[in-house]
Design a protein around this ligand. Sequence first.
Ligand SMILES: [Zn+2]
Length: 195
Amino acid sequence: MDCCLSEKYQWCKALPADYEDEMGDIFCIFHAPATNKGPFHADEFNSMVFELIHEKTKAGEPCSLAGTVFEWEISLKPFAKEIPLNGISFAEATFCHSVNFNHLIFSESVDFSGATFLEKADFEYIQFHGDALFKEAIFYGDAYFFDSIFSGKADFNKVVFDKFVYFSVGAFRGGGNFDEVRYGNKIIFKRLVIE
Ligand SMILES: [Zn+2]
């Protein structure tokens, strides 16, 4: 049986679907809800994520992790600076713990549309050479965008920043959409280059 989200997200069909939730729905390891990922722990799960990104990058293909439930803290540090990554979709993904995208370079569009960040999200010194799509993402923890370069479209339409959001020093070169954004208790936008 395929993962019950394989029709919706179209990228996990070939994966074994060995994880069942309380409702009896069957999932692949990526889409399985937090606490339903069997015996896996942070390191093993994150290694599978890295492997997928690495394979797609090597093949020059875009990578989808849409809908993935990241149960554990994750840092994409292994990919920082060395290789520009292709486009990755994290659309509708859930990051249950803190996430670190610092120093990454994306050569194509990156999609975080509808993603949920339950804890701190770090996007410092990141370079988006394609579009950066955050439409309707929800940040329940602090979000840090220090020296982040957006060369394509930066779409933050209807994003919710529940706590602290920090944009400083970076650049918006392809225009930014911050329409209908909901801000939390602290917002800092300073020394940004807007072209
Ligand atoms: Zn799946």
